[in-house]
Design a protein around this ligand. Structure first.
Ligand SMILES: [Zn+2]
Ligand SMILES: [Zn+2]
Length: 218
């Protein structure tokens, strides 16, 4: 089967959005595989037992990563100290073997050239499909930007509504004065800097009625 399709199926089944070694290990866990780190030199006692029991010494010496499977075990051995990128590559390759059922007959890895080719192809598509991830990320960013923009627009509309000015009927002030007047008051009738008093200003208590034109009494 087309490995690009296999990768798509794999990612869908395991809900992998961004390929990382953590996500790949999670997917392997879903499939019943236990990850075992080895260093090829002095193993911890558990790994030592497996190495003896399953006769894995040669694999531990030669490989950075390999899968062992039989009726009893599903084990994925990964060498210690690999970088994130190296881990992604070797895990993707092993997942390629597992996903393509290369291990159904029993033990480990291939001398089988075709199987290695398939596993490599699988790994290739799994690790180069990041473009798709980037596209999705871009779409998410655009969506967030849109939401923020809409938020701004809504904010502006609300603010404008809030700022909608309501004027008093016939009260005026000068730019710097603290009194309000009627329009024909002697103090303001010849001035240019005369503004209609807003209801908000009237209610603010900052302005007092002019004593000359007595606007409150009209
Ligand atoms: Zn392989
Ligand atoms: Zn006045």
């Amino acid at each position: 089967m087309n490995q690009k399709k296999q990768v798509a199926l794999f990612k869908k089944k395991h809900k992998i959005k961004v390929v990382s070694s953590k996500e790949l290990i999670r997917a392997l866990g879903d499939q019943g595989y236990t990850i075992i780190e080895y260093n090829g030199v002095k193993e911890n006692p558990n790994v030592e037992v497996l190495r003896e029991e399953l006769n894995l010494e040669i694999w531990m010496k030669q490989s950075r990563c390999f899968t062992y499977q039989d009726d009893k075990y599903r084990l994925l051995f990964v060498q210690e100290g690999l970088t994130e990128e190296e881990q992604q590559i070797v895990l993707s390759h092993e997942i390629g073997h597992i996903w393509n059922n290369h291990l159904s007959k029993g033990c480990v890895i291939g001398d089988d050239v075709f199987q290695e080719y398939e596993a490599n192809e699988f790994a290739h598509y799994l690790l180069t499909d990041r473009q798709g991830t980037i596209k999705r990320t871009r779409i998410v960013i655009i969506c967030i930007a849109l939401v923020m923009l809409l938020g701004t627009v809504v904010g502006v509309v609300l603010k404008n509504r809030h700022d909608e000015v309501v004027y008093t009927d016939n009260l005026y002030r000068t730019e710097s004065g603290t009194k309000y007047h009627v329009r024909d008051c002697i103090y303001i009738k010849d001035k240019n800097d005369v503004y209609r008093l807003t209801v908000e200003e009237f209610n603010s208590g900052k302005y007092e009625p002019c004593e000359a034109c007595k606007p409150d009494e009209r």
